[in-house]
Design a protein around this ligand. Structure first.
Ligand code: CMP
Length: 140
């Protein structure tokens, strides 16, 4: 099915000047950019976006990192977009990410791991509307 998923190019990758290289991978895999913005998140926004992780030991480091610089937030659209994006990103920990994935090629650590992507249809719906209120989850 045609899906929409949320992608965030994190502060480490924005600072490395590789937004274009990462977007090219999405486009090369047949995903379309349906919405995009470069923003510097507030602490409140980062905490709310990652609220599901609030009780995890890495939460404070995660929020500190996500507000350390601008992020490039996109809605990606296409056939099986959620899983396709996850396959392109590779494992959360870049040390475990398969060769050729975005995290293997651009990420340094599990915190500075270059990209975030929605992990399921339910979270994609919540995450897309968090940053792009009113945007339909399903493509027309
Ligand atoms: P992301 O997909 O953005 O979702 C939550 C983030 O928390 C994750 O990527 C990692 O960057 C970060 N993180 C740090 N430590 C861990 C951990 N042990 N397990 C999962 N995520 C972690």
């Amino acid at each position: 099915a045609i899906e929409r998923t949320l992608s965030i190019i994190k502060p480490d990758a924005v600072a490395k000047n590789v937004i274009g290289q990462i977007v090219a991978r999405f486009e090369g895999a047949g995903l379309k950019v349906a919405a995009a913005k470069l923003v510097h998140l507030s602490r409140a926004e980062a905490e709310q976006f990652y609220a599901v992780h609030a009780a995890r030991p890495f939460f404070k480091d995660l929020v500190d990192f996500m507000v350390s610089g601008p992020v490039f937030i996109q809605v990606l659209e296409g056939e099986g977009a959620i899983q396709k994006n996850r396959d392109l990103m590779g494992a959360t920990d870049p040390k475990k990410a398969a060769p050729g994935t975005i995290r293997a090629d651009f990420a340094e650590s599990i915190d500075a791991n270059a990209v975030h992507g929605s992990d399921a249809p339910e979270t994609a719906a919540v995450e897309v509307s968090f940053f792009f209120p009113g945007m339909n989850v399903y493509a027309r």
